[in-house]
Design a binder for this molecule. Sequence first.
Ligand SMILES: Cc1ncc(COP(=O)(O)O)c(C=O)c1O
Length: 406
Amino acid sequence: MRQKLKQTNGVTYRQIESDFPRTDKGFSDLCQRAWVEINQGALSHNVGQLRKLLSASTQLMAVVKADAYGHGATMVARIALEAGAHGLCVATLQEGIQLREAGIEAPILLLGAMNTPEQVKAIAHWQLEPTICTPQQAWIFSETLSELQKTLPVHLKLDTGMSRLGMPWQEATQFVELVKRLPYLEIASIYSHLATADSPDPTIMRLQHQRFEEAIAQLRHAGIKPPRLHLANSAATLADSSLHYDWVRAGLALYGLYPAEHLRNAVELHPVMQVKARVTQVKTIPPGTGVSYGYQFIADKETRIAIVGIGYADGVPRNLSNKMTVLIQGQQVRQIGAITMDQMMLDVSAISDLETGEVVTLIGQDGNLSISADDWAQTLGTISWEILCSFKHRLPRVAVSDGMLA
Ligand SMILES: Cc1ncc(COP(=O)(O)O)c(C=O)c1O
């Protein structure tokens, strides 16, 4: 990893440059062993589908934190903005700077909490838009910005029931009044985040909605005109238009996955990510032969096996060992034995003409069959968000358009 020191406004940053492989170096190199395909057409399509749900007064903020849920933040940001997203949301300062360095000029909301003067200086320098959740934070921002003589748009976060970042909703009016009095802070929005928007039971979501509304009503009562408001993540965007307000902050749905089964009818989303690898060796093992570390699989008959160049260091969870299938030549094939750091084995006895170099689809579509991040999440007892974020940068991200390498 290369390191670069960056000097901004007297603040020095040690920026570890992403070793995210660049896709303009020639695809034949990138697709040798294992890779992640990003379908740009699907991403644009999903942005369009979400925008169709929104009224003309609601704008889409594309959530591209965590390297766009593993899809590649810069590429996703550009495509989402081209397809009509208004701005971007990231979690960390570094994620925001990465997008600005890539030349992206759209509004970037920092969802994470920034608390130090150094961070405030960087936020101002890179024209990012911070979230403020406490009076202390507001004071630090205001003081540091007065040194810089710069005004910054800030977004105030209320906790309406997630019990994560945010000022308790009951204290919204005092909080807003305080921030309004502080120089160099311009309140750009007030927002909150929903804890259970993907649940088929809307009770808690309704309660959070009601609290948000109450907080806003109290502001109005105090003579404060509410600024821009936002509350919805993907699930709430799909579930109920009364939660849309001025912005929706959508992540998962952009990437073509549904936050919950009961929300599948709202729009037609297409998965953006496919994970593929190549067969590196094919051989036949006699009955009784153990496969991989610990012999978690022992062949009960003569078995043709394929070795594939992808493993847990690429982000395929080792806990899927002996529990996952992959697709080859449009057929479902069983993975056998422990998944190792860089490789895994398959039982390919049913495919007679399999050769080294054949493409294996771990997540994605091959012929009529498909395997999704939801399938993996279900087997592992986790959520698709975590699966998408788990693929390491060792896997090149390769842009495809409608199934063809772009
Ligand atoms: C504050 C906030 N808003 C919006 C989102 C987007 O959520 P989703 O990916 O479910 O759309 C997230 C993601 O975790 C978030 O933390």
